[in-house]
Write a protein that binds this ligand. Structure first.
Ligand SMILES: *Cc1c(COP(=O)(O)O)cnc(C)c1O
Length: 385
């Protein structure tokens, strides 16, 4: 069957070298940079009306997704998460146009499902039989789910501090779990020699091109729901895949002629004990030096001491007129409770961190009552028990 994807090649985000999309790829073989999927946007593409008439879900615009199977690709129902009005919090914060994109409603309870849905679908098409990744937790659970869906063996290396419900989930979905002392970076170091020895394909953040393609769809969905982009996006940043992915989606939306050149102001939120992006943003750096001894945080998805896509994150923050904000552990926990008590959303602490950041930005009048602001809640609170 001919491919239903319009993907043409992979381009290095750092040195722009092209790589074949028809075979398994990790990072750029020249410079080690992350690879971005490129599509043929000329010729006949569906109109916005045609896309909106399709069933909502991650694969709605399958022409600009990596899988060749289009609407026929196996799915667990990922994507099409709701954009929820922030109710009582709008008046508390004097932000009448505050919205929550609730990514907790994805399979496996986090937005990691989006990236893994795309990555494992493509891995199956490329004949990959075994994959591996270091994970702070949620990525491992999502990889396990989509590995099971596609019949691919999954090896996950996680910090020993990963919450029990996530370890349970990952094992229940058939993955092999290895506990490592330290952070996701230590898990990555422990995994590397074994991956080499066994020939496992790495799905580590931005060391594989298609997780980004799954996460970019969050940017498309904001546009489908609002028919415009919001003024501000507040995003809890670890490896930054979602932020980089949405930024890429906006360029594609513009190339499709569906939006103009305006972009939302992008805000990265991190926990004080591990805030490499905030430090680098404030210091005016293009790259983020890794954090030496990152503190434990309830928001473990943000505990990424050094990100491969740091330069892409910083670029998006600056180009968009955005900013980067760190919040304390007390602040993020208090605002996680607030989201539960005031909205009925049992969010991950990463979602709470975003509310705490919004509170600070509103107090400083960086956010005004006119701004349409989207807060990303990236996971479900039940996973953190
Ligand atoms: C992984 C994760 C993050 C960070 O996501 P990136 O796109 O890699 O920056 C945020 N929140 C939760 C719940 C996560 O699991």
């Amino acid at each position: 069957m001919p491919s239903l994807s319009r993907m043409t090649f992979l381009e290095c985000g750092k040195c722009q070298k092209h790589h074949a999309a028809s075979e398994p790829q990790n990072v750029c073989t020249d410079c080690g940079g992350p690879l971005l999927a490129r599509y043929d946007l000329t010729g006949k593409l569906p109109s916005l009306e045609q896309v909106l008439a399709r069933r909502p879900g991650q694969n709605r615009l399958f022409e600009l997704a990596p899988s060749e199977l289009g609407p026929g690709a196996p799915t667990l129902g990922e994507g099409a998460t709701p954009l929820i009005a922030a109710g009582r919090l709008c008046s508390d914060l004097e932000l009448p146009r505050l919205l929550i994109k609730d990514e907790a409603q994805n399979p496996t309870g986090s937005f990691k499902a989006r990236g893994m849905a795309a990555a494992l679908a493509r891995a199956a098409e490329l004949g990959i039989g075994a994959v591996c990744l270091p994970s702070a937790g949620n990525a491992g659970g999502a990889a396990a789910a989509y590995g099971a869906l596609h019949g691919i063996e999954v090896h996950v290396f996680v910090p020993a501090s990963t919450p029990a419900p996530i370890l349970h989930e990952t094992r229940a979905l058939g993955a092999k779990v290895t506990l490592v002392d330290g952070t996701i970076a230590d898990a990555g170091a422990a995994l590397a020699p074994l991956a080499q020895e066994h020939g496992w394909f790495s799905l580590a953040t931005l060391k594989e091109p298609y997780r980004l393609e799954g996460k970019k769809v969050m940017g498309y969905e904001l546009f489908y729901d609002l028919r415009r982009l919001p003024d501000v996006i507040v995003y809890p940043t670890g490896g930054g895949t979602g932020l980089i992915g949405m930024w890429k989606a906006f360029d594609e939306l513009e190339a499709l002629g569906w939006i103009g050149s305006n972009r939302p102001r992008m805000v990265s939120v991190q926990a004080e004990g591990c805030a490499p992006m905030v430090r680098a943003f404030e210091a005016g750096l293009d790259h983020a030096p890794p954090i030496e001894s990152p503190a434990i945080s309830a928001a473990f998805g943000l505990r990424v001491p050094g990100a491969l896509g740091d330069f892409l994150i910083l670029d998006a923050l600056r180009q968009s007129g955005g900013t980067a904000v760190s919040v304390s552990e007390e602040e993020l926990l208090a605002d996680t409770r607030e989201l539960g008590h005031k909205l009925g959303l049992q969010t991950s602490p990463e979602g709470g961190a975003c509310l705490a950041a919004i509170r600070k930005l509103r107090a400083a009048n960086w956010l005004t009552a006119d701004d349409e602001v989207v807060l990303f809640n990236t996971g479900h609170g039940l996973k953190y028990a």
